[in-house]
Design a protein around this ligand. Structure first.
Ligand code: MGD
Ligand code: MGD
Ligand code: SF4
Ligand code: MO
Length: 684
């Protein structure tokens, strides 16, 4: 049945949302005359429950956007804004690419080629399957995938042993829910739906954020905090929990390492000192600690916002210790989620085939793309970009742009749109949308695995990532069988993973039989050993000490990069997904205009009123944003939302301002740790 969905002109077909969003919704695609005309949430999906976000409800506007790429292109004008391209055939495109690569490899070696990708489409065979096999076989430079959650993931791992947290479906039982550095109304709406259920059963919802956005407004109690100081707040809570004997001693004894050391260690984090660091009043610190100490189950949703900072890894590591203090991991719905990707781990070696690499190659942090293109020796001479739009999403964007402008850099971009990055490409390849492909998906928040089968035929001449890499392999003369595997075979190989019994019932075939999704069979977190060195929750981590970090959770202030007056937080917005949808008029209209939220008193000092255009600048660049004044951010902090495409005459790329320093762990990004100046834009 399902294999013939493409041929059916009419009907309703199951699908999965491909976007980099924790909710990974089950979808129903309504087809008429061979086209998708409506997208809705699957009412039978236990987490989706028929509800999806605004941006994906409007995704048909993107699928059939007249700007969508249909054919391969070659650039005929200068690199960059002018973007003059001509249609070419796939044959010419593939020949051009592979002949350039072959010459480069012969002359400079394969490390001169850098693949750059992320999760524009979360399908695993397309994002970390055939592509990885191909570049391993080639021996290309390796990319360190550190732009998103790597700092926090590493920090959480020191405490909990990996990406293992609460089952989100259980959080309806929680009586206290803390959304910590997450704009969940926009970025994890089904956690909000689950929290709403909990609220009906009497749960209180607290949001701790640097910006009172829609998530803060939805909270029962919003706690504004100074950016980058959350670890201090968590340590202050621990101070009170220990001092007032609100800890679960039996739990600490049985399931943790280092609680005696921690008790001593948090003594200096008294409420007055913590208040001075965080800006949270002393009485609020007491109130929060006592609420947390007396409420079970309590659940903390740890967001990405707190870890896009210089100290992000340690901050997440620190907050992750809190649930252990009151023994929350044994209560259904209690505990925390940073990410749950560990539970659904597939067979990565079988999918990615690192064994195809003859010798190791250099590892390049994607957050340092600008420096990599400008400064690395031996240099990168060719860049292949897919599933990502680094010209817009990577930090220190002007440096990235300078690198992309290099005349001696041969750049290929595979995408659905002529993105900012594609404008610098020598060759542009058109990509299919996820609804045109076969792939499997696994959430990093809920516990379901999904299968997508093609529902519509490829748009124009577009091709999937997997198909393109198969073709490139053929042209490169790589005859390894792994580079010819079918989509189905790759999915089978990935899901066949004796190392993860939670997936034992899940295969390509059983997914087909179950209408495209299945819940993994996951045991309670503490029923076995954790994957920390001790097998327990590590409040004290000898592993961290051996790597030069403090062994106990610690507050480390942000880097003070300059004395510019404002901390700048350029966060995601509601209707885009990173830069996806930033090129689709409908979604741009829904978001209206790129804004800068600032405190009314700061605005008054600068002579700015609502609706003024501000010039926002630092040593890295400048952009122009429309001022919104009020009390949603503290003095000294300014917040923008969304990664906007730069239209002619506008300057809205916030990443020209963000630092490319790497965070304390995981080579992570520090998007939210930069400083800026703000002034009224003087035109003319
Ligand atoms: N609508 C929409 N959904 C998305 C995305 C999108 O672009 N749009 N992106 C997707 C992706 S890839 C990711 S990684 C996630 C990210 O989604 P989230 O996990 O929500 O992370 P962010 O939105 O980056 O930041 C969350 C919040 O952190 C706050 N913040 C910044 N610094 C601090 C701080 O020091 N302390 C505290 N307490 N708060 C701070 C910001 O004000 C923001 O409200 O969302 C995914 N979902
Ligand atoms: N200032 C600031 N910058 C940020 C962030 C922030 O909060 N603030 N967030 C950061 C985070 S958390 C992340 S995850 C990154 C995300 O950065 P990216 O991963 O680059 O995400 P997108 O901007 O959505 O770009 C994805 C691209 O992949 C394309 N694409 C989609 N499907 C396919 C496909 O099947 N094949 C191919 N070849 N292409 C496809 C899309 O059209 C789109 O152009 O951005 C980071 N940048
Ligand atoms: S972006 Fe997130 S909330 Fe929206 S449909 Fe996709 S998975 Fe669901
Ligand atoms: Mo992300």
């Amino acid at each position: 049945m399902r294999t013939s969905m493409i041929e059916q002109q009419q009907g309703i077909f199951p699908a999965v949302c491909p976007l980099d969003c924790p909710d990974q919704c089950g979808l129903l695609l309504h087809k008429e005359q061979g086209k998708i005309v409506k997208i809705e949430g699957d009412p039978n999906h236990p987490v989706t429950q028929g509800a999806i976000c605004n941006k994906v409800r409007n995704m048909t506007a993107r699928l059939y956007d007249e700007k969508r790429l249909q054919y391969p292109l070659k650039r005929v004008g200068p690199k960059g804004e002018e973007s003059r391209f001509e249609r070419i055939s796939w044959e010419e495109a593939l020949d051009t690419i592979t002949s350039r690569w072959k010459a480069l490899i012969a002359e400079k070696g394969a490390e001169a080629i850098l693949p750059y990708s992320f999760y524009g489409n979360m399908g695993r065979i397309g994002t970390e399957g055939m592509d990885r096999r191909f570049f391993h076989r080639m021996g290309a430079s390796r990319l360190m995938y550190a732009i998103c959650e790597s700092a926090g993931t590493e920090g959480y791992k020191y405490t909990m042993g990996g990406s293992y947290g609460t089952d989100p479906e259980d959080t309806v039982h929680a009586k206290l829910i803390i959304m910590w550095g997450i704009n969940a109304v926009s970025t994890n709406m089904h956690q909000v739906m689950l929290a709403e259920k909990a609220r009906k059963n009497g749960a209180q919802i607290i949001v701790i954020d640097a910006h009172k956005n829609q998530t803060g407004r939805w909270a029962d109690w919003f706690i504004p905090i100074l950016p980058g100081t959350d670890a201090a707040l968590a340590l202050g809570l621990m101070h009170i929990l220990f001092a007032e004997n609100r800890t679960d001693r039996a739990f600490l004894e049985q399931y943790t390492v280092g609680h005696e050391e921690l008790r001593e260690h948090v003594k200096p984090y008294d409420p007055a000192s913590v208040s001075a660091i965080t800006g949270v009043p002393v009485e609020d610190i007491y109130r929060l600690a006592r609420l947390y100490g007396q409420t079970s189950p309590s659940f903390i949703r740890i967001g990405n916002g707190i870890q896009h900072h210089d100290n992000g890894g340690m901050c997440v590591r620190t907050i992750a210790c809190l649930p252990a203090l009151t023994g929350q991991w044994l209560h259904q719905g209690g505990g925390a989620i940073k990410g749950n990707g560990g539970y659904l781990e597939h067979n990565i070696a079988a999918l990615q085939r690192p064994d195809l690499r003859a010798k190791d190659a250099r590892l390049i942090n994607m957050n340092l793309l600008g420096s990599a293109l400008l400064e690395l020796d031996p240099p990168i001479h060719a860049l292949y970009v897919y599933n990502s739009n680094p010209a817009l999403v990577a930090p220190h964007a002007n440096k990235v742009q300078e690198g992309l402008l290099r005349e001696d850099l041969f750049t290929v971009v595979h995408d659905l749109f002529l993105t900012e990055t594609a404008k610098y490409a020598d060759i542009v390849l058109p990509a299919t949308s996820s609804f045109e492909n076969t792939d499997f998906y696994r959430s990093y928040w809920h516990h379901y695995v999904h299968l997508q089968q093609p529902v519509i035929s490829p748009y124009g001449e577009s091709k999937s990532n997997v198909d393109v890499f198969r073709l490139l392999a053929e042209k490169m003369g790589y005859d390894d069988e792994a580079l010819r595997d079918t989509d189905e075979a790759m999915i089978q190989q990935a899901l066949d993973h004796p190392g993860n019994p939670a997936l034992s019932d899940i295969s390509y075939v059983t997914l087909l039989e179950n209408n495209g999704f299945m819940k993994a069979n996951i045991h309670p977190l503490l029923s076995g050993k954790l994957r920390t060195p001790s097998g327990k929750i590590e409040l004290f981590s000898a592993d961290m000490a051996s790597k030069g970090y403090p062994a106990l959770p610690t507050y480390i202030p942000l880097v003070e990069e300059s004395d510019l007056p404002f901390r700048f937080i350029p966060a995601p917005n509601h209707n885009f997904l990173n830069s996806t949808f930033a090129h689709n008029e409908k979604h741009v209209r829904m978001e209206k205009t790129p804004k800068l939220h600032m405190h009314e008193d700061d605005a008054a000092v600068l002579g700015l009123v609502n609706g003024d255009v501000a010039r926002v600048w630092n040593e890295r660049g400048e952009c122009e944003l429309v001022v919104v004044t009020g009390q949603d951010v503290r003095r000294g902090v300014v917040v923008s939302q969304g990664l906007w495409a730069d239209t002619p005459g506008s300057k809205t790329r916030v990443n020209v301002l963000t630092p490319d320093r790497v965070a304390d762990m995981g080579g992570g990004a520090t998007f939210f740790s930069g400083r800026v100046g703000v002034e009224k834009l003087q035109r003319g």
